[in-house]
Design a protein around this ligand. Structure first.
Ligand code: CA
Length: 237
């Protein structure tokens, strides 16, 4: 594919910018708008989720330090149902935080302060990758008489909401977004608790037990969350 075609295809791409600092938000938004991108801004995780429910972006540019929830949590939740690239903007300089953001699903990382040309180069690179992906966005997941609303973060059984803790919700989402596939202990631990927990198999066993109590009609003989002995779990819709 020629350089020109790549440029044309990403023209007018929709970018969701999540940043609570007004000056940085304006700086980044005007830099991106000047390149012809269509920008939606959000100043919190709550606003970002509202924007996602309204319009699917081609790229999310995300600050990690947000007023209501940690940007890392946003990445974990969003990545469970969407492959849309995420470019993280952060003042955090610790290597471990950068690795955590990438492990939980961010695609690239810019440390503040950064220049316009560096920002635009990273955005172009992510949008080019996006063009290769044809994965469907699916904010509603259904199995049995259950429905997971990934935007509202609500699980319903036959229309009635089922109370799940944050961890149980993330675990169910990680499983349900990979129907029929064996998810390893390490993959699930990394998706639900973060990369630092990948050896903590005991957590996983305990929480799978909790989740089965809430989801399965017969928790001792699960139909949806099946054990793959010594490997992990398989979700059966
Ligand atoms: Ca911030």
């Amino acid at each position: 594919m020629s350089e020109n075609m790549n440029e044309n295809m990403s023209e007018g791409a929709r970018i969701l910018l999540v940043e609570d600092d007004r000056h940085i938000r304006q700086f980044v938004a005007s830099a991106l708008e000047s390149e012809g991108y269509r920008i939606t801004t959000a100043t919190s995780v709550r606003e970002a989720n509202l924007a996602l429910g309204h319009n699917a972006p081609d790229l999310v540019v995300l600050d990690l330090g947000l007023p209501d929830r940690d940007g890392l949590e946003f990445i974990r939740d969003y990545r469970a149902w969407s492959a849309t690239p995420i470019l993280v903007l952060s003042a955090r300089v610790l290597e471990s935080e950068k690795v955590t953001a990438l492990d939980v699903g961010a695609d690239d990382y810019l440390t503040k302060p950064f220049g316009v040309s560096e920002l635009l180069a990273r955005v172009r690179a992510q949008l080019r990758r996006r063009q290769d992906w044809n994965e469907r966005e699916q904010p509603l997941i259904r199995f049995g008489d259950f429905e997971i609303d990934c935007i509202g973060r609500v699980v319903r059984r036959a229309g009635e909401s089922v109370h799940l803790t944050q961890i149980e919700y993330r675990l169910l989402l990680s499983l349900a977004t990979h129907p029929g596939r064996v998810m390893t202990h390490r993959q699930l631990l990394a998706q639900v608790w973060g990369a630092e927990a990948v050896e903590s198999h005991q957590y996983l066993r305990v929480y799978v037990g909790h989740l089965r109590q809430k989801i399965e009609s017969e928790p001792a003989r699960p139909r949806h969350i099946l054990t793959e002995s010594g490997v992990g779990y398989r979700f059966q819709p």
